[in-house]
Design a protein around this ligand. Sequence first.
Ligand code: ADP
Length: 479
Amino acid sequence: MSPIPLRRNFIADSWVESSGPSLDVVNPATGQPVARIQDADQATVDEAVGAARAALPGWKGTNPHKRAVVLHDVGRAISEDVDKIAVEITREMGKPLDEARGEVRKLAEAFHFYAEETTRVFGYTIPNNQDGFLSIVEKEPIGVVGAITPWNYPVELIGWKLAASLGAGCTIVIKPSEYTPSSAVALFETLERAGVPTGVANLVLGAGEAGRGLVRHDDLDKIAFTGSTTTGTAIAHSTSVAIPLSMELGGSCPIIVAQSADMKGAVAGTLRRGYRNAGQICIAINRAYVHRDHYEDYVAQLGQAVGGLRVGDGLDDPTVDIGPVAIPEILERATQHVQDAVDKGGRLVTGGTACDVRDGNYFTPTVVADVTSEMLLGHAETFGPVVGVTPFDDLDEAIALANATQSGLAAYVYATSLEESLRLGKELDFGNVAVNNVDAGIMNAPYGGRKGSGYGSEHGKEGLEAYLHLKHLRIRYMR
Ligand code: ADP
C-alpha cells in the first residue's frame, strides 16, 4: 500500500511544509485516510500573507487586459485538469465523480467570467458645485485578501473568491477546509502550471488553528468567508483590525409549492435542490411548504422519487445520485433532526437512517411529512439529504412560515399563476429567490444572503466589486 501523502502549502511559488500538528484526511466513502495535512502554524500563515503583500504592487499595477489573459489561461488549464481535480474532490468529500467534474467545469467558467469582468471596472465623474474642479471616482483593488472556505464545494467556493479577487487586482491567501485539502492542492498545481505570478495566490492548509491565524492577521485588507454561521460569527468577532468582511453562511431554505403549481416540476425541483450533493449545499431545500390541495400527492411523489435515488461510492460508480455525506457530524445531525421530527409527530415517508456501506458515512435520502416549525427540520439547517414537508392553506401562512427563520439565503417557489409567483417572489425575505426553477446561482448574477445567512455578494459584477474600494479624486484644474 502506498504511503499516505502529506499535502503541502503553496507560498510564493514554493510547496512548503509547516510545523503544525498533523491531521488525517479521510475518504467518507470508506472511512480510510487518504492524505495528511499539518494545521499551519502562525509562522507559515505570516509567510503566506507576506508573500501576498509583496506581490500586491506588481499585480495591482498589471494592466487589466494582461490580468485577463492570466485568468483565461487559468480557466483553460482547469478545463484540461478536470479529472485530476475532480477525483480529489470525490475522494475527500464524497460527491459522485460526475458531479465533481461539473463542479470543476463551473470553476473554469468563473475564471473566464472574471477574466472578462476585469476589463470592465469603470469609475465615474461627479459634477462639482465650484467651477474648475473635477471629481473622479475610481475603483481600486482592496489589497491582500484572506479567504476561508468549506468542504461542500471544495474548489468552486475557492474559485469564486480566487477568480474575483485576482480579477480585481488583489492578491490572496486561501485556507481550504481541513476535510478537503487535496482538491485545493490540485487546483494550485494548475494555477502554477498556468503561470499565475509569484505570490499572487497562496494556499495555507490546516483547520481552526490556521484559520484563526489567518483571520486575526493584522496585514490583511479583507476577509472572505464561506462556512457555518457559528464560525462566521466567530470570525466577525476575531479580526485584529476593522477590515471589510464578506460572509456566505448557512441557510434553512424553503420551497413553496403554491395552489397553482405544476406538481411535476415542483417534485423534480425538490429532488434536485434537496438531495443533490447529499443536501450539503447552503442553498439546499430543507423545508417544503405545500398547498393542502397538493399535499398528499406531493408527499407521495417526492417519497417515491427520493426512495429511488441511487446511493453509493461515487468513485466506483461516477453516475450514482448520492455519495456519502462528507463528515460524521452530518450523519449525526441528520439522524438527530429526523428523530426529533418523528418524536414530535412527524411522519417518516422514506429513509431516515444511516446506512452501513463499507464503513462510509452514508445516510439514506429522507422525506419527513407533517413537519411543524417547532421541529428542528422546520427551522434549522440539516445540511444533509433530508427534506421536511408541511401543508399550508393560504399564501400569507406560507410566506410567514418560510420567512420565520434567521435564514435569508435562498428560497424556491413553484406557481404558475402570475399573482402567486410575483407575490411570493416579492415577499420572500431571501437574497436569492428562484421561481419555477431551483438554479438561482448563475455566474453573472449576484449571489448572497441576508439576515443570519451573511452579507456581501459573490458571482456577477458585484462579486468583483467586493474586492474593489472607491477613491474620490478631486482635482482643481482652473484657478
Ligand atoms: P463547514 O462545516 O461548513 O465547513 P465551518 O464553519 O466549520 O463550516 O468551516 C469553514 C471553514 O472555516 C473551514 O476551512 C474551517 O477550517 C475554518 N474555520 C473553523 N474555525 C475557524 C475559526 N475560528 N477561524 C477561522 N476559520 C475557521
